[in-house]
Design a protein around this ligand. Structure first.
Ligand SMILES: [Zn+2]
Length: 144
């Protein structure tokens, strides 16, 4: 069996990148590298690269992790809130719907961008996918 070097052969020589700082910058929609340039060019579309430091963002593979995290977070808050209010009040069903459905939509739309930014920041900080400089194709298609 062939030895596997995770993170590529150059991994040991790489300077450590600040994970929490990068995720914070991504959460605020900023470049995880410099914290200045914009990470997104549209609602959930990342820019191809940072306009300030030139860091390329097209490598990111956030995929559906941000959506999963939003469902997890919003689900716990809304279901917890609904069950708490259901236990403490005698609100009719329509009132619960009128309150919790808009809260769910607003929270999901408000969180999806920042959480995607944080996921991209995490991937950048750990040199994941193309952020370390090597071709990601070897990771997903080893036979290629
Ligand atoms: Zn930058």
């Amino acid at each position: 069996m062939e030895e596997q070097i995770f993170g590529g052969a150059s991994a040991a020589k790489r300077p450590e990148r600040p994970v929490i700082e990068a995720m914070k910058r991504g959460f605020l929609g900023r470049c995880p590298h410099c914290g200045q340039g914009r990470l997104f060019r549209a609602f959930l579309k990342t820019a191809d690269q940072c306009q300030v430091c030139g860091e390329e963002f097209h490598h990111h593979r956030a995929d559906d992790l941000p959506a999963y995290l939003v469902v997890f977070i919003v689900g716990h808050i809304v279901v917890g809130g609904f069950m708490g209010m259901e236990a403490m009040t005698d609100w009719p069903g329509w009132l619960h719907l009128a309150i919790w459905v808009p809260i769910t939509l607003i929270m999901a739309l408000a969180l999806i961008g920042p959480i995607k930014g944080a996921v991209v920041g995490l991937q950048w900080a750990y040199y994941m996918h193309g952020f370390g400089g090597e071709d990601d194709a070897l990771e997903t298609h080893p036979e290629a």
